[in-house]
Design a protein around this ligand. Structure first.
Ligand code: F6R
Length: 616
């Protein structure tokens, strides 16, 4: 939630900060702002709206955008509605200190009361304006430098933050700090970049320092980066990491939207997920995180999966896969519920936390709770070095590459791929699967990317179906077994990017309530592949048909039974039952995408959402 960018060095800061904000817009996009300092003047411009609106405003209202020091922010509102005044950067009362902030200062009201008593005035409704004045107040009271003042002020706060702050009277340094929100420092030659992730500076440097929670840094144009702990002031020797990211991964290339690009990336993303792990010919799966902790998994009383949103749906698919293949009991929990419901959990349990961003606040809190109670916690994350990947006892990355479209696509299928590899590995170690079956699964998993390519070839037909149903006001998604979570995911994709109300249900559950909704206006998407309760799903389709519902069947190539009943069918290649979710998901992603585009919605940045949900 919220993206922050900063630059200090010898280049013009404005184009770097602006481009950086465009790349971070997936994190929040209800308002944006930039502050620049050019050795004489501080220029601050901010606006409700997108980074493009900010660019137009800055270029029309400022005489110049020059300056080699700059910070910028793209916002997902927490405190105060999105408007120009609440946008960041925020200035202290003297106008000297400038701050950008991603996170929430929970005790801001009491701090604000104290500062108000001391004569401070506030223009905005934000917690951030309180923080910058608190820092100013510390400087006034204690006569300390900016770095020390930031440290003292942060020790008085409760909450989460990634901040960057500078003093226009000392324009050779930016002070940054993090707790609970990500912050990377790009290290160039006599120049430094600050950002919520490395994408804003990837064309300038491959070297980055990722601050750990509870660390702050003073970044000096001439003297480099000094990192210390906020709490006890101890110095930290920063680890400079070499980045694996490249520019192509974070650009749209020839696609109209990141979401479409990411849908099409799935064959390669899945190959990247299993590369080096899946050795189908030898009949081996190598995963260091599992190999090193095999006994913990094998002796687990049960596996508890915690996640949110699409990642939770991947967890539900995994529940079917783990129980079917590895015969280990699994429970899947919304992280936000788990963390507050005093769960019964102990050292015999293994918790798997799934998160694309690796920053989701609820998932992080669930992990901390599970660890406190003695469970072993394994992470499945996409973003390398993310907070969750560091907090967990062990883990496996999905290696899907950056996912920028706010609606998750390749994250989902690569999470399922990792979880399938884990289930197969445990099944083999436990002997819960025959050798023949195990080998067959490995070989089939290796063919999935090619089968997804075939499913993607249905795009034009899916677009026609989308055109037919784009004006629907409601939509039902049904699936059974392994494909029930896919129905949930299909419905989530539609509602989040097209704002059409959609519900996912187990197909057989329809008769216990949702059937009342069915009439000639209601499109019902039914996943009816040949494997898995096929006849039963066909009966459910009959029930919809007799109530005049409009049926869109996701069927196995060559199917005729559903074709006879449905208004439209979308064919996908056949595979073994446990792997069908990897393929049936694809047409549902494309269907939502096309409907949203036809309705003129902002597919990559749907309203009210943000890519990484670092607030409760
Ligand atoms: C939906 C979507 C969200 C995320 C959820 C968890 O398309 O993207 O539902 O899946 O916010 O995010 P991560 O996986 O980053 O923890």
């Amino acid at each position: 939630m919220c993206g922050i960018v900063g630059y200090i060095g010898h280049r013009e800061a404005y184009p770097i900060v602006l481009k950086g904000l465009q790349r971070l817009e997936y994190r929040g996009y209800d308002s944006a702002g930039i502050a620049l300092y050019d050795d004489k003047n501080l220029k601050v411009s901010k606006t409700k709206g997108k980074v493009a609106d900010l660019k137009a405003k800055m270029e029309s209202e400022l005489d110049s955008t020059s300056g080699t020091l700059g910070i910028g922010h793209t916002r997902w509102a927490t405190h105060g509605v999105p408007n120009d005044v609440n946008s960041h950067p925020h200035l202290s009362n003297s106008g000297d200190l400038v701050i950008i902030h991603n996170g929430i200062i929970e005790n801001y009201e009491s701090l604000k009361k104290e500062l108000t008593k001391r004569g401070y005035k506030f223009e905005s409704d934000t917690d951030t304006e309180v923080l910058v004045n608190l820092i100013e107040d510390v400087i006034a009271k204690e006569g300390v430098k900016l770095g020390k003042a930031v440290q003292i002020a942060l020790n008085q706060t409760v909450g989460a933050y990634a901040i960057a702050v500078f003093d226009k009277k000392k324009p050779n340094e930016i002070v940054v700090a993090r707790l609970g929100s990500p912050l990377a420092i790009g290290v160039g030659k006599d120049e430094y970049f600050i950002a919520s992730d490395a994408s804003p500076f990837i064309e300038f440097t491959n070297n980055a320092i990722y601050l750990e929670d509870g660390e702050m840094a003073v970044v000096r144009r001439d003297k480099g980066v000094k990192v210390r702990k906020i709490h006890d002031d101890s110095l930290v020797d920063p680890y400079i990491q070499e980045l694996q990211l490249n520019l192509e991964q974070i650009e749209k290339n020839n696609f109209d939207h990141f979401m479409l690009k990411e849908i099409y990336e799935q064959p390669n993303a899945i190959k990247d997920t299993y590369r080096g792990r899946l050795h189908a010919e030898e009949g081996i799966i190598r995963m260091a995180g599992i190999d090193d902790n095999l006994e913990r998994f094998l002796n687990a009383r049960r596996i508890i999966i915690v996640a949110c949103g699409t990642s939770w749906h991947a967890g539900l698919v995994a529940e079917y896969i783990f129980e079917d293949l590895a015969r280990i009991p699994v429970e899947v929990e919304y992280a936000s519920e788990f963390r507050y419901r005093n769960p019964i959990i102990n050292s015999d349990d293994v918790v798997i936390a799934i998160s694309q961003s690796g920053e989701t606040a609820d998932t992080m809190a669930a992990i901390k709770l599970a660890k406190e109670k003695g469970a072993f916690v394994f992470g499945v994350c996409n973003v390398v070095g993310s907070s969750i990947s560091r907090e967990t006892n062990a883990g496996a990355y999905t290696h899907a590459g950056p996912e920028i479209g706010v609606a998750s696509t390749k994250a989902f299928t690569t999470q399922i791929t990792v979880l399938t590899l884990i289930a197969l590995k445990l099944a083999k170690a436990k002997g819960s699967m025959s050798n023949t079956d195990f080998h067959m699964h490995l070989q089939e998993l290796e063919t999935i990317p090619q089968k997804i390519e075939i499913a993607l070839q249905g795009n034009d037909h899916i677009k026609e179906v989308a055109f037919k149903y784009k004006d629907a006001r409601n939509c039902l998604y049904l699936g059974r077994g392994f494909n029930f979570p896919v129905a949930l995911e299909g419905a989530l994709k539609l509602k989040e990017i097209s704002y059409i109300h959609a519900e996912g249900y187990p197909a057989a559950e329809m008769k216990h309530g949702p059937i009342a909704l069915i009439d000639e206006e209601m499109p019902v998407v039914v996943i009816a592949t040949r494997k898995g309760h096929y006849e039963k799903v066909v009966s459910n389709i009959q029930e919809i048909k007799s109530r005049q519902g409009k049926i869109i069947g996701i069927v196995t190539e060559g199917d005729t039974s559903v074709r006879d009943l449905a208004d439209y069918v979308i064919e996908v290649p056949d595979t073994i039952e446990s792997l069908t979710p990897l393929i049936t998901t694809i047409p549902l992603q494309l269907l939502s995408y096309h409907i949203a585009v036809m309705l003129g919605k902002n597919v990559d940045q749907p309203r009210n959402l943000a890519k990484s949900v670092t607030v409760e």
